[in-house]
Design a protein around this ligand. Structure first.
Ligand code: S3P
Length: 450
């Protein structure tokens, strides 16, 4: 079933070389934060390059429901007139975050220390995902949470009218949880401290500093210790959203496995907390280069050039890198199918609580398409067959998960027979132009079956 209740089957058939430039959309993580932090600033934030995918549009709607003015002009520039830290109004209706874990978790954090209540829901995928990881820390600030069994949505959060600051060690490697705690800390007096053992994406820290908050990160024996001084006045910003490395992963990986391909993916943010996939692909022998490496808005940015790589080798992926490529394991597992030998992925338990159980969803689909996979709770091994030797030919379930759908579409481009998914509609949550962009490079995608 799709987010809209109408499944849209999609098929990808073996294609000729992929060639040209792939201009992927804006970064999803940064887009959510630009809207949310803009809504908590005093004055007008201007955003260009915002990802206009369903997830981010749901966050824009939510910010309006909490009292911020959010508008888009005809040129695609977004403006957010914020209500200030602690200034959220109580929404009149249920907040529907659709498919977005980032949206719901960050918004819950941001409203948890304001004296209002809000009820959150989502689609069938989001309503299965664990929220206790956010409600546990926000109750320490004084908020209350009542949801369905197992800490699932729909859920009502009663914000703390008189919040206290918190020191919290994040028990799972999750930028969403870290960010929810920091956002709750924004409206608490004094200093909120968040400790993470493994570094996760640091967009919240970077952007809050940009908005004028006092926030520091120290690397100690405990891990990364992030200290935020509460109740700042956030200053509106002009934000240029970089292009999303997690979306770039699809044309890059497709180019590596489709014979004769040569694709340029310009302007990709290479923040070290996000770029683990590209390091991993190079270790596998990918012909992937960074051109025009530069710095933009304090972040490393490059144009990625990916060429067909016939001699990919399976590797043991460094588990220390997991957080920096957590969204990319599904498409990596497809590349691994086209490599010689085993690709071993460990320390990836978090994959089981994404938009779907991504180890299970990919393992089932890969097996249906002729690839052997072994798996355990926090690891999986893909047994590669080498370039040109992946059978394909099956229909896989996408489980309301955009990255599962796109990964199998990439597989179909280089397999011996077409690969289908039961529902490609979720792709619109993060990469609404996926089909046109990939077809522009030479992919053969058909909606509604082969
Ligand atoms: C995100 C964090 C990650 C990632 C998600 C976006 C974010 O989730 O999978 O797509 O923007 O903070 P976790 O925090 O659950 O690891």
């Amino acid at each position: 079933m799709s987010a809209h209740g109408t499944p849209t089957p999609m098929t990808s058939s073996p294609c000729g070389p992929l060639q040209g430039e792939a201009h992927v959309p804006g970064d999803k993580s940064i887009s959510h934060r630009a809207l949310l932090f803009g809504a908590m600033a005093v004055g007008e934030t201007r955003i260009t390059g915002l990802l206009e995918g369903e997830d981010v549009l749901d966050t824009a709607k939510a910010m309006r429901a909490f009292g911020a003015e959010v508008r888009r002009d005809a040129d695609g520039v977004w403006y957010v007139h914020g209500v200030g830290v602690g200034g959220f109004a109580e929404p009149e209706n249920v907040i529907d975050c659709g498919n977005s874990g980032t949206g719901v978790r960050l918004i819950m954090g941001a409203m948890a220390t304001t004296g209002i209540s809000a009820t959150f829901t989502g689609d069938a995928s989001l309503n299965k995902r664990p929220m206790a990881r956010v409600t546990d820390p926000i109750t320490l600030f004084g908020a209350q949470a009542v949801g369905r069994s197992g800490g699932r949505l729909p859920m009502t959060i009663v914000g703390a009218g008189h919040p206290v600051p918190v020191r919290y060690e994040v028990p799972v490697p999750s930028a969403q949880v870290k960010s929810a705690v920091l956002l709750a800390g924004l409206n608490a007096p004094g200093q909120t401290v968040v400790i993470e053992k493994e570094a996760t994406r640091d967009h919240t820290e970077r952007m809050l500093a940009g908005f004028g908050a006092e926030i520091t990160t120290e690397v100690t024996e405990e891990g990364r210790v992030i200290t935020l001084t509460g109740q700042p006045e956030l200053k509106p910003q002009t934000i240029v959203v970089p292009r999303d490395p997690s979306s770039a992963a699809f044309p890059v990986c497709a180019a590596l496995i489709v014979p004769g391909s040569d694709v340029l993916v310009p302007n990709i943010g290479l923040n070290p907390t996000r770029a683990g996939l590209f390091t991993t692909l190079k270790e596998m022998g990918a012909d992937l280069t960074y051109e025009n490496l530069r710095e933009e808005g304090g972040e490393p940015v490059a144009d990625l050039r990916a060429r067909f790589s016939p001699d990919l080798k399976g590797i043991e992926v460094d588990p220390a890198r997991a957080a920096s490529m957590i969204d990319e394991y599904p498409v990596l597992s497809v590349v691994a199918a086209f490599a010689e030998g085993e690709t071993v992925m460990r320390g990836v338990k978090e994959l089981r609580v994404k938009e779907s159980d991504r180890i299970d969803a990919m393992a089932k689909g890969l097996r249906l398409n002729g690839i052997e996979v072994d798996e355990g709770e926090d690891w999986w091994i893909v047994k590669g067959r080498g370039a040109g030797n992946v059978p394909g030919g099956a229909t896989c379930e996408s489980h309301l998960d955009h990255r599962i759908a796109m990964s199998f579409m990439v597989m179909g481009m280089a397999a011996q027979a077409p690969v289908s998914v039961d529902d490609g509609a979720p792709i619109a949550t993060s990469f609404p132009i996926f089909e046109t962009l990939m077809e522009g490079l030479g992919a053969k995608l058909v909606k509604g079956g082969a």
